[in-house]
Write a protein that binds this ligand. Structure first.
Ligand code: AMP
Ligand code: MG
Length: 655
């Protein structure tokens, strides 16, 4: 079904070939002033037109002499020569000396004709017109010969070099005025979508800030382009067409994002195809993320219709647009460092699509790395911000087994260093704690169970967990046994998170407790199965069912919205805030954030598991110190919905 909506989904290679066939990226050259050259790419190897220095010059203050006059000089028998002149730096006169003569000379001044050495002032005495020399000078001593720095005809700066202050210095040394550099390709960027608002403006319900324009413009600049943002365009063919027509007249490369998915009527595709011949050359690429991509060429300019989802847009930019900008800008293709790692969990991949899977790298301590897929997905911009690199998964691979070796391409030159690796469930309390902790921490959110698995593998220094045992209602402790961690990891009591019903401000529906969920005029929003909050709800419902003497199933059936699941605490609060539900179960923190009312139900224990062998690690010790500190407890109390308990910071299991 989806396949059909795209005209013809092609491989990455095929897409690249089509682009190359219709658009040859040939860099152009311009000459610019030296003062504008910093950061630009040299387009032609620059040959030094003069010697630097252009003349023999003194490298010390002293006297220019004929070396042989001084050969037998020493403290007892100084040589004596006649002082005939003084030459300062910049002196334009053509002076010469004879044997038996000398001239006073300043550092940087031209050596007079006939002289072949400079004696430092320190080894001389001047008596009227005579100079006594106490030390022999070798020919060439203290003279910087013409061309000894840069020789005329020598290569001064090579083609392809990005000009740094070192190069501008060299170029200034021979007075270079106009520097041949590659033109920066002009890149025009727009975002499409009725929902988009430019950062800085007010956000209304249903709207989101435009992420792509900023990220794409900066990525274009980073790769050597001259990027310009040309605004947000509404989802309307006429305005988009008018805008794009204007842009292909002005820019070397045109980039839009959004409006590429077949579902929204495929705006970009239709409009790009109207810009001129050949129009759309690629519509749909077998890549993940980023399948709904459009590439067109019109008026000899390439036009990229990137997907709307930020991470997809950036991956497509990286694979197709960045190489093109770099080529036009004369910059070599980016080479990314590779690192071998183990897959930290089983990874499923889309069949028939070449996948770029973003991952976090965690060091196992023995020099090996584990790769954790970043779970936020292509709709999230943080997917890219948090990732260390990506694993490329070929079309034919559908699954990578846990523990198997993968090759990770680093997004930066090095892996983000971390003194402390926290893997597990996400909680704002960790942010509060880390704000008081002067260490580099890497926080990877994989949920409670994922965190405990990372503890078992020794990859996490600390795992935040809030798993509730369905039978006993006890938090975390039973799971250490269940996951065979009881003897090998400490469980440290964290803090309490208040969970309860999130309801509209002022409680218009007069909800008092769990029994109200059964009312016909109340709509509920549930958490996803498997989440701790969901387990808690079902536990409470089970109790209610017992009390009422009915089946759990019967009770659940009566709740309007029991089967509608939201995946996070925030999503529950947002649903209630925007009137999509009357009530949901979540932590108090989000109720406060959304200005909603809250009916407490039960405390949830948010604890920390630490592998036995990590407990003495300095950063872990510091973490625990802060956890136990009064300052942290005070800050925690100021955070709505979180509060320390008597055991905060205590080890609660025996090893
Ligand atoms: P579209 O291809 O227009 O259907 O967009 C796909 C998804 O990406 C939608 O959820 C859009 O709201 C989102 N999106 C599109 N453009 C942007 C943008 N510039 N910044 C952030 N999200 C965007
Ligand atoms: Mg859109």
């Amino acid at each position: 079904m989806e396949q059909k909506e795209f005209h013809d989904v092609v491989s990455i290679e095929e897409a690249k070939q089509r682009l190359h066939k219709h658009f040859k990226a040939i860099p152009e050259v311009e000459k610019i002033n030296l003062e504008e050259a910093l950061g630009r790419v040299v387009a032609e190897t620059i040959i030094a037109p003069i010697d630097v220095p252009p003349f023999d010059r003194a490298s010390m203050d002293g006297y220019a002499v004929v070396a042989s006059d001084t050969f037998y000089a020493d403290e007892e028998h100084p040589a004596e020569v006649e002082l005939i002149d003084h030459i300062s730096a910049g002196d334009k006169r053509k002076i010469s000396i004879e044997k038996g003569e000398c001239a006073g000379i300043a550092t940087g001044a031209p050596i007079p004709k006939g002289a072949n050495a400079v004696v430092m002032v320190e080894y001389t005495d001047r008596i009227g017109k005579k100079v006594r020399i106490y030390k022999p000078a070798a020919p060439g001593e203290n003279i910087m010969a013409a061309g000894s720095d840069i020789m005329r005809g020598e290569t001064a700066v090579r083609e392809g070099i990005v000009i740094s202050p070192r190069e501008t210095g060299v170029l200034a040394a021979f007075g270079a005025e106009k520097i041949p550099v590659y033109k920066k390709p002009k890149v025009g960027i727009i975002s499409t979508g009725d929902e988009l608002v430019e950062p800085g403006k007010k956000l209304k319900y249903g709207k989101i800030y435009d992420v792509n324009a900023r990220a794409i413009a900066d990525a274009a600049a980073e790769n050597g382009g001259e990027a310009e943002f040309c605004g947000v365009v509404r989802d309307e063919p006429e305005s988009l067409l008018a805008k794009l027509k204007e842009m292909i007249g002005k820019y070397d490369i045109v980039i839009t994002s959004g409006g590429t998915s077949a579902g929204v009527g495929d705006l970009s595709y239709r409009v790009i195809d109207k810009l001129g011949k050949p129009g759309v050359i690629v519509h749909g690429i077998a890549i993940k993320p980023g399948k709904p991509t459009v590439i067109g060429v019109a008026k000899k300019k390439p036009i990229f219709g990137l997907p709307g989802y930020p991470a997809s847009a950036m991956i497509i930019f990286d694979v197709f647009v960045a190489p093109l900008i770099r080529k036009l800008a004369g910059i070599a293709e980016k080479s990314r460092k590779k690192i071998a790692a183990r897959a930290a969990m089983r990874i499923h991949s889309a069949k028939g699509r070449y996948e770029y899977l973003l991952v976090n790298l965690v060091s196992g301590g023995d020099g090996t790395f584990s790769a954790y897929p970043v779970l936020t997905g292509s709709g999230a911009i943080t997917t890219l911000a948090e990732a260390d690199g990506y694993v490329e998964i070929p079309e034919s691979t559908e699954m990578i087994l846990e523990g198997s070796e993968v090759e990770v391409r680093l997004l930066s030159d090095s892996i983000k260093p971390a003194d402390l690796t926290i893997i597990g469930s996400h909680c704002i309390g960790i942010d509060v704690l880390l704000n008081l902790l002067p260490v580099q921490a890497k926080v990877i959110n994989v949920g409670s169970s994922g965190g405990l698995a990372a503890v078992r593998r020794g990859e996490a220094d600390i795992a935040g967990t809030h798993l509730i045992d369905e039978r006993s209602g006890i938090y975390n402790v039973p799971f250490l046994q269940r996951l065979k961690l009881a003897g090998s990891a400490y469980l440290i009591r964290g803090y309490d998170r208040e969970q309860g019903f999130v309801i509209a401000k002022g409680n218009p529906k007069r909800i008092k407790g769990i029994e109200d969920l059964l009312r016909r005029d109340i709509s509920f929003i549930n958490r996803n199965a498997g989440s701790g909050t969901r387990v808690l709800l079902d536990l409470e419902l089970g109790r209610l069912a017992k009390k009422k003497g009915v089946q759990f199933k019967e009770l659940a059936k009566k709740i309007k919205g029991y089967e509608i699941e939201a995946k996070s605490h925030s999503a529950i609060a947002a649903a209630v805030a925007y009137g999509r539900a009357d009530v949901g179960l979540a932590i108090k923190t989000v109720a406060e954030q959304y200005g909603l009312d809250f009916i407490p139900l039960r405390e949830e224990k948010y604890d920390f598991a630490v592998p036995k062998e990590k407990i003495e690690k300095p950063a872990v010790k510091k973490f625990l110190e802060v956890l136990r500190s009064e300052e942290f407890k005070k800050k925690l109390r100021e955070t709505p919905g979180l509060r320390p308990c008597r055991e905060t910071g205590k080890i609660i299991n025996k090893i």
